[in-house]
Design a protein around this ligand. Structure first.
Ligand SMILES: CC(C)(COP(=O)(O)OP(=O)(O)OC[C@H]1O[C@@H](n2cnc3c(N)ncnc32)[C@H](O)[C@@H]1OP(=O)(O)O)[C@@H](O)C(=O)NCCC(=O)NCCS
Length: 176
């Protein structure tokens, strides 16, 4: 299967050092890691400080972006981050990230966060986030990153929705 064609973009990204790079499957960018919440991570209410979770989300997303682009990447924006329920100290936070869609030099990364209660084994979805990362070189932005190929129905849905979010982002940026 080849990368999805995107009518809003040039047909294929040319690598700065040569011909267009082949599209890569979303699964190559999958990343998962866990953090045990410790007393140091707490807010004054005794639950996980939101900024700490944002740091972990940014970290997970940056690894998915770098795994896809295989070059330096920077966070351009955190487009959406929801906190669905508080995380208790002592619970295990599990972060799962992947590239949703690649545009030219930028990529949307989705991060889904779960919390596991280590005593009961109960796992709950606590947060979701969408971030935009831009691939860069020493000379500026890197427009030569590979396209991404969604393979499952869920990856295709995320790919389509990422396109809608980008259209909204660009439209709201132009209005400023
Ligand atoms: C992100 C950055 C490289 C973009 O530079 P720029 O000069 O605006 O580059 P361009 O206008 O050529 O845009 C490059 C891409 O970035 C995207 N972009 C730029 N600003 C963006 C923003 N605020 N939100 C989302 N995407 C953005 C553009 O849409 C474009 O995507 P595309 O190539 O896929 O179409 C630059 O703003 C930067 O270095 N920001 C600081 C990044 C950083 O330090 N992050 C850590 C913060 S603690």
């Amino acid at each position: 299967m080849t990368g999805f064609s995107d009518p809003t973009l040039p047909p294929a990204a040319a690598s700065p050092s040569g011909p267009a790079l082949p599209a890569r499957p979303v699964r190559d960018s999958y990343f998962e890691y866990s953090e045990l919440t410790l007393p140091n991570d707490a807010n004054p209410l005794g639950t996980l400080f939101g900024g700490k979770l944002m740091q972990w989300v940014d970290l997970a997303a940056s690894i998915s972006a770098a795994r896809h682009a295989r070059c330096a990447v920077v966070t351009a924006s955190i487009d959406s981050l929801t906190f669905l329920r508080p995380v208790k100290i002592g619970q295990l936070v599990i972060l799962k990230s992947a590239v949703n869609r690649v545009f030219r030099s930028s990529m949307e990364i989705g991060v889904k966060v779960f919390v596991e209660d280590l005593h009961t084994g109960d796992v709950q979805h606590v947060s979701s986030a969408y971030l935009t990362f831009v691939a860069i070189t020493e000379k500026g932005v890197n427009a030569g990153i590979p396209a991404v190929t969604p393979e499952s129905d869920e990856e295709r849905r995320r790919y389509e929705e990422a396109g809608q979010r980008r259209a909204y982002r660009l439209a709201t940026r132009l209005q400023r």
